[in-house]
Ligand binder design. Structure first.
Ligand SMILES: Nc1ncnc2c1ncn2[C@@H]1O[C@H](COP(=O)(O)OP(=O)(O)OP(=O)(O)O)[C@@H](O)[C@H]1O
Ligand SMILES: [Mg+2]
Length: 573
């Protein structure tokens, strides 16, 4: 009934113990309630005055208040507990996503991940809150009441006892039906989230090709599917609530009729009959409560399963080694390194050896594996095969904290955060002084942009504020790099791809000093950078087809020369 994942939550045993205690207390109060009110009424029936019943009435008020106080206390406890667990789960989820990197987000879908981390966790919170209390109540309260009912009148007790398993069997059958409907509903919801985010992100492409209307229709159909799945889940939910209410009311009615008949015949006294009659609906209340919320909690259960499937996603255990700071004497040797994206081999048996402060150019046609190599070097992706020797350490992957702390990485499409220009530039160095930031902005060629912006370097950027062009975003990434003087390894993935040739040449002059006294890996399509490189890797279809200095490659007259001819043809256009 309760998910195994819920039982495994930290502090669950203590919580269940507390809830069980509260349920026992609540049962006692419910019995007290029935006992006092029945005593008062019987007293009146027997000809007593209202004053004589004051004691019972006061007692009734006390137990009534006690019962509600227990409910209040339980909600308070569960509120805190569920909130704590939900934020813990959200934290773990985010950490796991960060650890596994962008690939898993791509696999699961951005929309799905977003709704999982936001709505999904809220649903889990609601689920934990509801399910724990309801289950505990259902497991304790009816049985305590039944004992009292049996003591007062065994015949009513027998009727109630027989009905209970019938209701449970009935609920299990409907529960299964509801579960499969809810599974379908959740799957439809995941598709809808991904589809929606996907369309939002691709809206300009869709508009440009005049496909936005068609896509709008397709979103409409996806959401219709979700609506239908929701409605059919609700149908089962409403049907089962109706059936349960019907059965329990009928059972209470049967008990009432039997009691009434025996009262008329004088077989039973008023007090036990009245107490049993008051307790009968209370006997069914926990199970009705449970089933009315059961369907509401199915969403939470599904969300919890989805979150857990991400949390238990196998993670490659990377042994961490202490890698010393990269100096002019350091050495890196990669042998037979291969990498594949699921079914596609993206890097095939690479061999590279570099040492000291060098500028390594990586050149190759689109799709040749440049970004993949840079991502391996940055530790984002883990090689499938091969050996890496880094300053006398043999490592399985570049995902080493002591290596990553030395990196500056400028990706192909840098991300501009929803912060001001100043904060964006100082993102990795919030301690930088204003003068340093301004200098980095100036060197990265962003001064013109700053002059245009309404609030200068304080202007908010990113989504929902001022968006930048691809080239401007790359310059922000460059400015971030200019601000850093301590990191000695620079990974650049086409940092000038979005710039026109003139701007690029101007920026090149400023970027070159940044590359001095550093180990630089520079992936690019643009040939003119190769003149500045100390060593060049020529890539084609995932392989390094040639490597050496520019002079060596030119003298070889092989892959590099062929590639240059092809590229020059394009650059001249
Ligand atoms: N996430 C991914 N999943 C599957 N295949 C991928 C993924 N990313 C890249 N690839 C494939 O791996 C190969 C190498 O891609 P990569 O991005 O490294 O090329 P590149 O040389 O950087 O190209 P470009 O110059 O266009 O940036 C390509 O065939 C590409 O289709
Ligand atoms: Mg690339």
């Amino acid at each position: 009934m309760i998910d195994r994942a819920v039982i495994k939550l930290p502090g669950m045993k203590k919580m269940l113990g507390l809830l069980a205690g509260l349920a026992v207390l609540q049962a006692i109060f419910i019995i007290g309630q029935a006992y006092t009110i029945a005593s008062a009424i019987t007293g009146l029936w027997e000809g007593g005055t209202l004053q004589e019943q004051t004691k019972w009435i006061l007692l009734f008020i006390c137990v009534y208040a006690g019962r509600h106080f227990v409910t209040f206390l339980r909600d308070l406890l569960l509120d805190d507990y569920a909130y704590e667990q939900a934020s813990h789960l959200r934290n773990e989820l985010l950490q796991k996503i960060f650890r596994m990197g962008p690939q898993v987000v791509q696999q699961e879908g951005t929309g799905n991940m977003t709704t999982m981390a936001l709505d999904g966790i809220n649903q889990v919170e609601n689920y934990i809150h509801l399910i724990l209390a309801k289950i505990m109540n259902m497991m304790i309260i009816p049985w305590m009441l039944l004992v009292v009912i049996f003591m007062l009148d065994w015949q009513s007790g027998a009727v109630l006892l027989i009905v209970f398993p019938l209701i449970i069997i009935f609920m299990i059958i409907l529960g299964y039906a509801a579960q499969s409907k809810a599974d379908k509903q959740y799957a439809a919801f995941q598709v809808l989230s991904n589809h929606f985010i996907d369309s939002l992100r691709g809206i300009d492409t869709l508009k440009l090709f005049g496909l936005s209307k068609g896509y709008g229709k397709s979103i409409f159909h996806t959401s219709e599917r979700f609506r239908k799945a929701t409605m059919s889940t609700l149908k089962v939910a409403i049907l089962s609530t109706f059936a349960l209410d019907f059965f329990t009311t009928l059972s209470v009615a049967v008990v009432a009729v039997l009691l009434g008949l025996r009262l008329i015949n004088g077989v039973i006294l008023l007090f036990p009959a009245l107490t049993v009659l008051i307790l009968a609906p209370e006997y069914f209340l926990p199970i009705r409560d449970f089933s009315s919320d059961y369907h509401a909690t199915l969403d939470g259960k599904n969300a919890m399963t989805a979150v857990n499937s991400v949390l238990t996603h196998p993670e490659k255990e990377i042994a961490q080694k202490e890698i010393g700071a990269w100096t002019n004497e350091s050495q890196l040797a990669i042998e037979n390194l291969s990498f594949r994206y699921e079914d596609q081999l993206a890097l095939d048996q690479l061999n590279v050896a570099v040492s000291g402060y060098k500028k390594i150019g990586i050149i190759g046609m689109s799709g040749s594996g440049k970004s993949t190599l840079i991502n391996i070097l940055s530790g984002f992706l883990h090689p499938e095969d091969g050996t890496i020797k880094l300053s006398n350490n043999q490592i399985d992957s570049f995902a080493q904290q002591s290596w990553q702390k030395q990196l500056i990485y400028i990706p192909q499409n840098p991300y501009v955060f929803q912060l001001s220009l100043k904060e964006n530039v100082a993102f990795y160095h919030p301690e930088a002084t204003l003068a340093e930031i301004q200098q980095a902005i100036e060197v990265a060629g962003l001064s013109e942009l700053v002059a245009e912006l309404p609030e200068g370097i304080e202007t908010p950027l990113g989504e929902g504020a001022r968006t930048l062009s691809g080239g401007q975003a790359q310059r922000i990434a460059l400015a971030r790099a200019f601000l850093d003087h301590s990191r000695k390894i620079l990974l650049l993935d086409e940092p000038t791809a979005h710039l026109d040739i003139e701007t690029e040449v101007e920026l090149k002059e400023r970027m070159l000093p940044l590359m001095n006294d550093r180990l630089v890996f520079f992936a690019t399509h643009r040939l003119h950078w190769m003149k500045e490189m100390d060593y060049i890797l020529v890539m084609d279809k995932g392989q390094i087809v040639e490597q050496g200095t520019l002079e060596e490659l030119q003298a070889n007259g092989a892959a590099f020369v062929r590639l240059s001819q092809q590229m020059r043809g394009r650059e001249d256009e």
